[in-house]
Design a protein around this ligand. Sequence first.
Ligand code: BV8
Ligand code: ZN
Length: 253
Amino acid sequence: MGDSQVGCADGEAIWALHRALEDAKDVVALTGAGISAESGIPVFRGPGGLWRTYSPLQLASPEAFERDPRLVWEWYDWRRQLSRKAKPNAGHIALAQLERKIIDGGARSFTLVSQNVDGLHDRAGSRNVLKLHGDLWFTRCTACGEVKRNDQTPLPELPPKCKCGGLLRPNVVWFGEPLPQDAWTQAVEATCRARVFLVIGTSATVFPAAGLAHEARQAKAKVAVINTEATELDSTAAWVLRGPAGEILPRLL
Ligand code: BV8
Ligand code: ZN
């Protein structure tokens, strides 16, 4: 271990990170599927990550959609229904409160960068969520390109069609697809400014999103990893808080 403080979310590490968050001018939080786990939404990797017999890697790709749009939409429709029933948990809510606390403190910034597409950060009250991998609640037409909000759960027909007759796809980023330029640029800019960079509920295995944590460290930010399991960022993090985000994040406020 480097000089990380591995606290099983012990008071000392929590207190040190709380103080750092009080002092830092610019803060970034990068979240992954783990922050929605306590809301009942399965994570991508590990035991709960399967849907029927498929792993997300087999379904979250343009090739899978090309091959079987109906199957891919069945997966997304299932996730939309799950996300609709899910409620933001204490971890989502704590991040929204931390954003307000930092921004209302004046002349400081808090940027929430999420890999999640479930919409729970928005529902928790986070005001500026950079969605690196898109949003389940929007469709994009493969013919005319129209992007539209769609809250129907379940969807009345699978795969859904555009009024132009084109096939609709979920407006999310699949493997092999580029991230939305605007969100990515803002995420990189915020990361380069960050003095504290929180990495919450992500296995840090999907790039380029996971690369932000490395960028932050290079830019001399102090990185804090909040996760129920070990990640490859732990060895170079300033703090490693082992435990559920829903329990740890409220203690940082
Ligand atoms: C791209 C959206 C290029 C859809 C997803 C190097 C550089 C660039 C690219 C690559 C590269 N190496 C490889 C690549 C290709 C690829 C990639 O990274 N592959 C991986 C598998 C190696 N990357 C891409 O394809 C990206 N595109 O690079 O394009 C390009 C450029 C120009 C032009 C053309 C192309 C696109 C990647 C985006 C893929 N889309 N999702 C959808 O959601 O359906 S990725 C998917 O994984 C989700 O977004 C998810 O968020 C993300 C990361 O997973 P995690 O969130 O970390 O979830 P995971 O289950 O892994 O981990 C959960 C963690 O939570 C665990 O650590 C667990 O311990 C913890 N946890 C659990 N419970 C709790 C908890 N923690 C706290 N509290 C709890 N209660
Ligand atoms: Zn269309």
